[in-house]
Design a protein. Sequence first.
Length: 249
Amino acid sequence: MRVLVVTAVPAERDAVTAAAPERREFPLPGGAVLHRVVPDGGAVVCDVLAAGVGPAAAAAGAATALTAAALAGDPYGLVVSAGIAGGFAPVAPVGALVVSDAVVAADLGAQSGDGGFLSVTELGFGSHSHRVAEELVRAVAGATGAVRGEVLTVSTATGTAERAGELAVRHPGAVAEGMEGFGVAEAAAAHGVPVLELRAVSNEVGPRDKGAWRIGEALRALTGAFVSLFPVWGQPSDLPTDSLPVQGG
């Protein structure tokens, strides 16, 4: 199976590729570079792209890689948004892994007149959520021990307790927040390719306290996750036929 993994920054990309013994580089149109790893056995080919920070960069990078693969006649079978994240305590503590059962655009919408928030789904402009096929979530959670739940995509990382509380109330199933997942999911959905988000928690969602961040620990956990996943994805039955991405409100 061919898997595309999209991260924000090179440190996250390198944490993923560290799960395999060697890597090769392949240029993409526009100047981006895919880092390809083929784990032992050769049943999985994994291309990892550091696309940049935020949903727009993630969507553009993922779409470029997906289009290039499709035009070459060798499309991807799965797309993964991966990296580190803020976790919602206590369900996803620092060092934990999380896997999305839904990838949610948490701040894409409009403020309502009463001070509330209306998602693009409520506004009638599309969907703010991509649900992930149950078989994919179950396989990843089983292989890695990841906590499953909604992974929120935000354009501005949470930095206050008030904002963290607001998100928790609006998204009670949330386990983590990142800045790229929804962009990756939009690109995958456009190509009809299954998608999921897998992240390692480096800090708690809430007041911005860089002294409490555990980025190195989270990156090591991310490497360990892919060490566990490559054998699973290499099995013939790893991708169910009904696992195309599903949009949902």
